[in-house]
Structure formats: structure tokens, C-alpha cells
Design a protein around this ligand. Structure first.
Ligand SMILES: NC(=O)c1ccc[n+]([C@@H]2O[C@H](COP(=O)([O-])OP(=O)(O)OC[C@H]3O[C@@H](n4cnc5c(N)ncnc54)[C@H](OP(=O)(O)O)[C@@H]3O)[C@@H](O)[C@H]2O)c1
Length: 277
């Protein structure tokens, strides 16, 4: 099976490294292109047999499955420019949550298409990859994509209309978590003589420990709150603040990401149906 990657940025390069590290693919079965050629220069030194292609057309002509790893705002232009090079039987995989099958179908009619959303935490082999498939994808291609992505992540198959919220919970979440904790670090810094590094390390160890409690002891979040926030204690005072003020932030966050996705989706041809969000 020959795999193409168009767009060698954060996601494209992660996919290449992960497919090769896990031995799921041979170097010679990977075909890669990128708009700026400088980004591709790191490939030959580490993986001399990976096929670095001159342009997207060459990638498409050589591959059975083509991963489009370009920004959501570039996807329409790249898809339209390359649609003519696809032949029957090839699989189009959009690594992009701001897209829907009815839009892909306007550019790639009757083609086998998937939307696959990895997460940057896949780099450390702890992530969820979301996947959804259109009606033209045969079972063997679903199995293959599950196998490819499953070597470094937990693959969760979702219906297309769950892409929005599930993306917030997985691929966006490292960014949300990091921004919450950066605020906590800064506030703690203003109230302490400790260094930023010390505060950062205390928090990181505690986050890792909390995750381990959830995983190793199958402890749900509300149980952890119950264990730590003893009645009348200090933690309880803090959790009361979170429970009263944070829900509004989360509501606004989900609303704003939804609106942003919709505005990107609406820039596409085809009839975006709000039910698909
Ligand atoms: N980053 C994440 O954590 C994450 C997680 C899940 C999904 N995603 C999705 O993955 C997709 C890629 O995101 P990213 O973070 O990898 O973006 P990125 O780092 O900006 O990479 C995008 C790459 O696409 C290349 N590109 C743009 N137009 C092209 C064209 N016409 N032909 C070939 N290559 C082209 C860019 O080339 P240049 O070098 O010329 O700019 C760049 O290297 C997005 O749809 C994003 O929503 C990202």
C-alpha cells in the first residue's frame, strides 16, 4: 500500500515519523510533498528511501491513500487544484475537522473519503485519533486506516456530525489544557518567590499523577474531587470557585470553536448542512 502526504508541517511530519517508527510502512512506500521545499530537506538524511516528490501531482499519481495535511484555510484550494490527478479507487483522507463529506464530494465525486483527526500528543504515543468515513469507503480501507493510525494512537470512529465537539475534546485539548495551566503558572508566580520552572514542575507532576489516578485506578473526575476536597477544607473552597465560574468559560469556548469551524466550512462550495456540525 502506497501512502501520500501532502503538506509536511506539524501533522504531516508527525504522521511520517510515526508510520516509519512503528514499522507500519516501508520508507519506499511513502510519497511526500510540501509547498515550500525547505521543510522537506530534513527527510533524506533520516529516511533516504522516502520519496520526496516535486509536487502534489506526483504524490497523488504514486499513492493509494493521500493524506491532505494542509491548514483548513488552504484545503479548498489544494483540493480543487489536485482533484484532476486522482483516479478511481484512490482514497482521499482529510486531516482537517473544518470540512464535511458533502463538500469533499463536490470536488471528488463518488470518491472514497475519510476525515482523520490526529492529535499532537500522538508524538508521545498517548492520543486519540478521530476517524469518520463516507459511504464509498470499502471495509478494507477502514481497516487499513485504523491500523496505520492505531500504531501510535487510540482510533475512535465517530459519526461525521460529532466531529466538532470530539475535535475540541481531543486534537484541540492539548492547547486548551496548556493555556489553562499557563494562567495558573502566572498567577502562582505572582504570589510566590519560587521560579517559574519550579512551579511548572510541581504542576506537571500533579497533572501526570491525576491522570494516572484516572487510568490506573479507574477513578472518575468527580471521585477525585470528592477525595481531595474534604468538607470544610481549603480544596473545597477552591473547587466551589471553579464550579461557579468555570462552566461559563467552557460554554463560551465550545460556542466559539463551533462558530469558527462553521465559518471555515461555509467558505466551501456545496451545501453545508448545520445538522452536520
Ligand atoms: N496541529 C495540530 O495539533 C493538529 C491536530 C489535528 C488536526 N490538525 C489539522 O491538520 C492540518 C494541518 O495542520 P498543521 O498543524 O500540520 O499545519 P502546518 O504545520 O501549518 O502545516 C501545513 C503544511 O501544509 C503545507 N501546504 C500548504 N499549502 C500547500 C500546498 N498547496 N501543497 C503542499 N503543501 C502545502 C504548508 O507548507 P509551507 O511550508 O509552505 O507553509 C505546511 O507545511 C490542519 O487542517 C489542522 O486543522 C492539526
Amino acid at each position: 500500500m502506497k501512502i501520500g502526504i501532502i503538506g509536511f508541517g506539524s501533522m504531516g511530519s508527525m504522521l511520517m515519523h510515526k508510520f516509519l517508527e512503528a514499522g507500519t510502512l516501508l520508507q519506499e512506500d511513502l510519497f511526500i510533498s510540501n509547498r515550500s521545499k525547505e521543510r522537506l530537506s530534513e527527510i533524506p538524511e533520516r529516511y533516504p528511501k522516502v520519496n520526496v516528490m516535486k509536487n502534489n501531482e506526483e504524490v497523488i499519481k504514486s499513492s493509494d491513500i493521500v493524506f491532505f495535511c494542509v491548514k483548513p484555510t488552504d484545503m479548498k484550494e489544494v483540493a480543487e487544484a489536485t482533484a484532476g490527478f486522482f483516479k478511481e479507487g484512490q482514497h482521499i483522507c482529510a486531516v482537517n475537522a473544518c470540512i464535511r463529506f458533502n463538500q469533499l464530494n463536490t470536488i471528488f465525486p463518488n470518491a472514497s473519503c475519510s476525515i482523520v483527526i490526529p492529535s499532537v500528543t500522538g508524538e508521545v504515543d498517548k492520543s486519540v485519533t478521530l476517524a469518520t468515513f463516507n459511504q464509498f469507503v470499502p471495509e478494507r480501507e477502514i481497516t487499513l486506516i485504523k491500523k496505520l493510525m492505531g500504531t501510535f494512537s487510540s482510533v475512535v470512529i465517530i459519526p461525521e456530525n460529532e466531529l466538532g465537539i470530539c475535535t475540541d475534546l481531543t486534537s484541540c485539548m492539548p492547547g486548551f489544557i496548556a493555556s489553562i495551566f499557563s494562567i495558573i503558572v502566572e498567577e502562582a508566580l505572582s504570589r510566590s518567590t519560587l521560579s517559574k520552572e519550579d512551579i511548572h514542575n510541581m504542576i506537571i507532576t500533579t497533572i501526570l499523577g491525576t491522570s494516572k489516578l484516572c487510568v490506573d485506578q479507574k477513578m472518575p473526575f468527580d471521585k477525585i474531587v470528592e477525595r481531595v476536597a474534604t468538607k470544610g477544607g481549603i480544596t473545597e473552597e477552591g473547587t466551589k470557585v471553579i464550579e461557579s465560574a468555570f462552566p461559563e468559560t467552557v460554554r463560551t469556548l465550545f460556542q466559539r470553536t463551533k462558530e469558527r469551524r462553521e465559518s471555515t466550512i461555509l467558505n466551501w462550495p456545496g451545501h453545508f448542512n448545520k445538522k452536520n456540525e
